[in-house]
Design a binder for this molecule. Structure first.
Ligand code: RNT
Ligand code: ZN
Length: 423
């Protein structure tokens, strides 16, 4: 770790440089402390979950590739790995849980009958850590999702099961939110779609709309549970059509006043997801960001500081009412150390937020208001080389977390000591 004096002195220089551009670095650090990032449990075990049936695990288009050793196999191992990862990430975190990670129940009920009691080990753990929790129904990797359809299934019996599951999950969200006194974001994603050209594009969407209406008709506390719905353009096995497309969910969320989830991998690769935030926020009550990185397809690569991903997070802090935006991660890479994947992706998400908070936005906007587009571009480009990295280093120091370049050894030690026992 860098010494306090070096880091602080460098920060003072950086702070002055930002002040000269009209940016208060101290205020940016305070704001960064107000934006928790929701750490997705599923990066730790390749979307495996703890159900012990044959279909369990990643499925229905969710695919973690690679076979790096040391995957967490039990709740205890997964929590230990999350502890390790979070010890290397500065600032506030939440836990993002999937229903397939239920821990408490003997026997464990099927997904349509889960309650908050089935997650008590997670809730106790999060309470101890003072983390909030977010929640997701698991509408995949189950015998009743075997043909790729759930809420839009032509069979009303199958739809009923998934409707019951989603209602159960909203209730779990509300119960956990109340217990932690911290609202839970409950996000619905379904895989339903066709590999090849559909003959009827409307019918599955009508069924999905009706299923969602039944789900959101169930009375669940709005104070403790925040609903969001997640669209997708395509996926493996559903290349030609997904019932829950962006247009479908944007229309649904706006008309029903539920939140919308924007997953960075769920759009055409040349679309700007950052650009969608300001439009969606005008019409939906909440936005959930699934911060992810698609490489050629919805590959869920670890978040890097690339242009497209940074732009999403930078934009998220420059809009008014940013408390209506919730930041969650959604990547899963089984080809590298899974804890390092969390650390790299989450630190990057936080760096992008910090860079957004440190942007001389007022200056950019003044140039724009004056229709001086030359100055707007010049200022934006000059701002890229402001010393934000020194502010980040100070943020790590204040949070007693390692600076860049100093955390990996701890992961390697953990790998040597712990992963070797998981054979
Ligand atoms: C799938 C969606 C969804 C999942 C998680 C595991 O394409 O992105 O959010 O990744 O629920
Ligand atoms: Zn997602």
């Amino acid at each position: 770790m860098k010494t306090k004096t070096t880091t602080e002195q460098s920060y003072q220089i950086a702070r002055e440089r930002f002040a000269a551009c009209g940016v208060n670095a101290e205020a940016a650090l305070r704001q960064l402390d107000q934006i928790p990032v929701s750490l997705h449990c599923w990066q730790g075990d390749d979307v495996g979950g703890f159900e012990k049936r044959a279909e369990a695990g990643a499925g229905n288009g969710c695919l973690a590739t690679g076979n790096y050793p040391g995957k967490a196999r039990t709740p205890e191992e997964l929590r230990a790995d999350l502890e390790m990862a979070s010890s290397l990430i500065p600032g506030p975190l939440r836990l993002n849980l999937h229903a397939s990670y239920a821990t408490d129940g003997n026997p464990m009920p099927d997904r349509d009958a889960l309650t908050a009691d089935n997650f008590s080990s997670w809730v106790d753990w999060a309470a101890r850590k003072k983390w909030g929790i977010d929640f997701n129904p698991t509408c995949f990797s189950h015998p009743l999702a075997a043909d790729g359809f759930t809420l839009a299934h032509p069979d009303s019996g199958v739809r009923k099961f998934w409707i019951a599951h989603c209602i159960a999950c909203r209730r779990i969200g509300a119960a956990i939110g109340k217990r932690l006194q911290n609202p839970v974001v409950s996000n619905i994603w379904i895989p339903d779609g066709y590999k090849d050209t559909p003959a009827n594009r409307l019918a599955p969407r009508e069924r999905l709309m009706e299923s969602l209406d039944a789900i959101f008709d169930a009375k669940v506390s709005r104070e403790w549970n925040i609903d969001t719905v997640e669209a997708k353009l395509f996926g493996i096995g559903v290349e030609s059509y997904t019932a829950g497309s962006h247009e479908f969910y944007l229309g649904y969320a706006a008309s029903r006043k539920v939140g919308l989830c924007l997953d960075a991998g769920h759009f055409h690769p040349t679309e700007s997801v950052a650009d969608k935030i300001s439009s969606a926020l005008l019409f939906v009550p909440h936005l959930l960001l699934h911060v992810s990185r698609g490489v050629r397809w919805d590959s869920d690569h670890v978040v890097t500081l690339d242009e497209a991903t940074s732009a999403i997070l930078e934009e998220s802090v420059t809009v008014p009412q940013r408390e209506r935006i919730h930041v969650g991660l959604d990547f899963f890479d089984a080809s590298i150390n899974r804890i390092a994947a969390w650390v790299i992706g989450t630190r990057n998400a936080k760096k992008a937020l910090l860079r957004g908070l440190l942007q001389p936005v007022k200056t950019f906007r003044a140039a724009e208001a004056a229709r001086d587009f030359t100055s707007r571009l010049a200022r934006m480009e000059d701002a890229r080389s402001l010393p934000w990295g020194l502010v980040w280093e100070e943020y790590c120091r204040r949070n007693e977390k390692p600076a860049d370049g100093t955390w990996l050894a701890e992961v390697k030690t953990y790998e040597n000591n712990i992963f070797s026992q998981r054979i």
